[in-house]
Design a protein around this ligand. Structure first.
Ligand SMILES: Cc1ncc(C[n+]2csc(CCOP(=O)(O)OP(=O)(O)O)c2C)c(N)n1
Ligand SMILES: [Mg+2]
Length: 674
């Protein structure tokens, strides 16, 4: 055993109505509050001694909320995401005190393998979702996992915490609205400690009471004074039971305390003279102790305090000697390991001539038919069938809640999809246009993409991204965002250029245990038909396809540019007798470039064609990767053909200047070949 055994007292982690007012219940609550307090205090000491890196945001003053609530939660089914004031909750939810301390010590015993800092851990296997720094983002994740639990027939309640400061973020608004709309049994808890870092609530919002916002979203809300843990237990006990029964969300504005400032380094000199002392004087914990002592429990309180001190000190000693974290595995564990293929049925066996939009529709139908965990969501994807009709008929065939329209809240809907994913469901989220995925950048690029690295948790979600220009949609409906998104590690990406590849890519993306971006060029949705059928080799879309063979250069393209490159190659062969190896890249991440490198070793000349802008474009990465090993063997400098470095202009004549086309590709290659 790495750590000293947990005192019997702390093996009790649950309280349930009606037994909340008994001496045993109150003493258990006190014990956990005291354990959280002493641990937080010691963490602060250890930080000051230089034994903890980064910073620490203590929960001193928050125990009167977090401890009763976590004791009342059903740890077997409920979903929770603690804030940076929630150490007491973490201690109760799961794990040994030593595991939590090792997280602060950033040692090999840390639940995040020391890849994340102080309180950014959780226990996703037991539905405690680890927070990321971006405040507000975890609420929607709680919605998704709670909904996932309910879909699995489990009577879960979700608990989502956020501060008065975080209450101003857009994610909070989106999540409250979404929870009310989907009628999800989630208890939203505002930890209102009157400050966001140095900023008092008077400078954060204009209404006197945050809980009153609940009415505007169509949910119940109330304020809760957390200075009396006994009362908090009773009020929360009833509220949680009601939420579990009615399945309606609830907003609680909990008035808590921030006794030690924002973080370890906070001098609190922005406060009024005497204010910090006045807050300390209102500390609920000594008052709770005094009341229990007055009720005749002094001896038991002394015993609890002695047990807490002994346990904390012994655990600190054993946690401090754990070895530092091992850097081995960091790169390999960015992604969840490859999973075996899903047992797909070999249908449809007979090929049908389909557009790319129809091929994707067929793929979605197949997934929804064969995979009970599949959920399809997005704006206007229900009765309307989506802006590009890719989801046509799915709602009628599979019904809600497997297929449903979402409101315009890309961040919360994406966070909801992540929440589904970490609990065993798999969402396919359609963005109406890829451009709007920028509103979900934090959820996609920072939350989903890092889940496996920092928490060992797979997060399989497919993001369908109708992208690309040429259709007179202007700057905000036409972009190619692969470079922006793929600069965040942890995302996979497929970009098919024909109907069969699109069908295959959807299945391959769906069964992957990682978040996958599926780029769908809008101009390809209806550009002719091709036979589409079940292809047992569907996973081949993770590698490039060679479309032409020749000796004058190796050309790499993806998306609509594959078609233009093919036309340009045909022209150059007919008119100039030049021949090319042409590759459709298909998978943008991870890159599998062996076949292209072999081609380049033969031709000695490389052309990369993409529709995204040239500067910081994906072509720069491709050129570097393809040439760095055999640079000296190249016969010419690589040629990049890409769009201009300007926003996508609207008018057809302007957009034509912006984007590559067949003529520009031919001209560029002819000039380059000399
Ligand atoms: C979206 C976002 N912006 C800024 C920060 C930096 N930051 C970390 S904690 C904090 C104050 C948060 O205040 P509040 O939500 O009231 O929580 P408290 O720290 O008071 O518990 C800020 C600004 C952040 N983590 N996330
Ligand atoms: Mg605050």
């Amino acid at each position: 055993m790495k750590y000293p055994s947990t005192p019997t007292l702390f093996q009790h982690r649950d309280l349930r109505p009606p037994d909340l007012g008994s001496a045993d219940s109150l003493l258990l609550t006190y014990a956990w509050m005291q354990l959280a307090r002493i641990t937080d205090n010691r963490i602060l000491d250890l930080f000051r001694q230089g034994l903890i890196q980064g910073t620490v945001t203590g929960g001193q003053g928050n125990e009167g909320l977090i401890v009763p609530l976590t004791l009342l939660a059903d740890k077997a089914v409920d979903v929770i995401s603690f804030s940076h004031r929630g150490l007491g909750g973490h201690l109760i939810w799961s794990g040994h005190l030593g595991d939590h301390l090792a997280q602060y010590f950033a040692s090999s015993g840390s639940p995040t393998k020391a890849r994340e800092g102080n309180i950014h851990h959780g226990d996703p296997a037991n539905r405690s979702l680890p927070m990321i720094s971006h405040l507000g983002t975890m609420l929607s994740n709680v919605l998704g996992s709670t909904d996932s639990q309910r879909r699995l027939g489990r009577p879960a309640v979700g608990f989502a915490f956020f501060g008065d400061g975080a209450s101003s973020t857009g994610d909070i608004h989106e999540s409250l609205n979404l929870a009310a709309l989907l009628s999800l049994p989630v208890v939203f808890v505002i930890e209102n400690n009157q400050y966001a870092y140095s900023t008092p609530v008077s400078e954060q919002y204009a209404s006197p009471n945050l809980f009153e916002r609940a009415k505007g979203y169509g949910l119940e809300g109330f304020a809760l004074d957390c200075s009396d843990p006994a009362r908090v237990l009773t009020v929360l006990g009833a509220a949680i039971e009601r939420t579990r029964r009615t399945s309606r969300p609830l907003l609680i504005e909990a008035h808590t305390f921030r006794l030690r400032g924002h973080a370890a380094y906070d001098t609190c000199d922005y406060m009024q003279p005497g204010e910090a002392d006045a807050i300390l004087a209102r500390d609920p914990l000594p008052k709770f102790r005094a009341r229990l002592a007055a009720d005749g429990h002094a001896a038991r309180l002394d015993a609890i305090d002695a047990a807490v001190h002994g346990f904390v000190e012994a655990t600190i000693r054993s946690a401090l000697v754990l070895p530092p974290p091992d850097p081995a595995g960091m790169e390999a564990e960015v992604f969840a390991p490859p999973a075996p293929p899903l047992p797909w049925l070999p249908v449809p066996a007979a090929p049908a001539a389909l557009t790319m939009a129809q091929a994707l529709n067929l793929g979605l139908r197949k997934i929804l038919t064969e995979r009970p965990e599949a959920v399809v969501l997005g704006q206007d994807i229900g009765t309307y069938g989506g802006a590009f009709k890719v989801t046509e008929g799915l709602l009628a065939e599979f019904g809600r809640p497997r297929v449903f329209n979402t409101p315009l809240c890309e961040s919360a809907c994406t966070g909801y999809a992540l929440g589904l994913a970490v609990n065993g469901h798999r969402a396919i989220e359609e963005f109406q246009f890829a451009d709007f995925a920028t509103d979900a950048l934090t959820q996609i690029g920072l939350n989903a993409a890092t889940y496996h690295f920092r928490a060992g948790q797979k997060c399989p979600v497919v993001f369908r991204l109708p992208c690309g220009g040429g259709l007179t949609f202007g700057s905000f409906h036409s972009q190619e965002l692969e470079s922006a998104f793929l600069s965040f590690p942890g995302l996979k990406a497929l970009y098919p250029s024909n109907p069969q590849d699109a069908f295959n890519a959807l299945l391959a993306a769906y069964e992957d245990d990682n978040p996958v971006l599926l780029f769908e060029h809008k101009a390809l949705y209806r550009l002719g038909r091709q036979p589409v059928k079940w292809d047992p080799d569907y996973r081949a879309v993770w590698s490039p396809a060679q479309l032409r063979t020749g000796g004058d250069a190796t050309i790499v393209a993806y998306g609509e540019m594959v078609l233009l490159a093919g036309e340009a190659c045909a022209y150059l062969e007919a008119e100039y007798e030049k021949t090319f190896d042409l590759f459709d890249l298909r998978a943008l991440a991870p890159l599998r470039l062996d076949a292209i490198k072999a081609s380049l070793a033969r031709t000695g000349r490389l052309v990369v064609i993409h529709e995204g802008r040239r500067t910081h474009g994906f072509g720069a990465e491709l050129v570097a990767r393809l040439t760095e090993e055999h640079f000296a063997a190249l016969k010419a400098a690589p040629l990049r053909i890409a769009s201009l470095d300007i926003p996508v202009p609207f008018a057809p004549g302007l957009e034509a200047v912006y984007r590559p086309d067949k003529v520009k590709i031919v001209d560029a290659i002819v000039t380059w070949l000399g």
